[in-house]
Design a binder for this molecule. Sequence first.
Ligand code: PRP
Length: 212
Amino acid sequence: MKEMISVALPKGRLGDKVYRMFRDAGYPNEEIEKDGRKLVFESPEYGIRYFLVKPSDVTVYVERGAADIGVCGKDILKEYAPEVYELLDLKTGNCRMCVAAKEDFEDDLSRTLRVATKFPRVAQEHYGKRGRQIDVIKLNGSIELAPVLGLSDVIVDIVETGTTLRENHLSVFETIFPISARLIANRASFRFKRQEIETLTEKLKQLVEEKK
Ligand code: PRP
């Protein structure tokens, strides 16, 4: 029997896409493709076990070794700076971290800027670099509501298609960094299952290159 690699996949659209990459790289699991409430899927014959976890929790599972590897966005890596290895840019789930505000927003530098975000560290770092004082308002979702209701002046959030901004009459003022999905590994797992993890990474890398 092969040494099993356990993979924390982000539940949802990104996870579906990423699973298909793993499948095409030679690590299929028939059950995961069906809609259901199961969270663990094993394919011992392919040496792989998948867990479906909330996207922002992938790093927790990987950092603590509950999963050997996982996939998460660069946004999560920048925000939480987990102690994991970043093995590969999967070049999918592309979007960007942005500052957005109401279309008529003008920054008043004499006042502390109120920033609503799910990413307080990213926001602090971005404004810290230019010495701009900010008041971070941490929210957990629907960030775009904050400037609409006057709860904040700007938001630091992810923009993918731009639809959410447009439909709420907000626009992008700055792009902070581009985001894509990354393959990450637990540091100890990478030592003990190095061969298996490297083989899998290499296969995924070939797929990423072919898609270019
Ligand atoms: C994300 C992000 C934006 C939206 C951007 O939210 O926070 O709200 O997607 O996508 P778009 O540019 O294609 O419109 P998510 O769907 O994760 O939900 P949330 O409101 O719970 O953060």
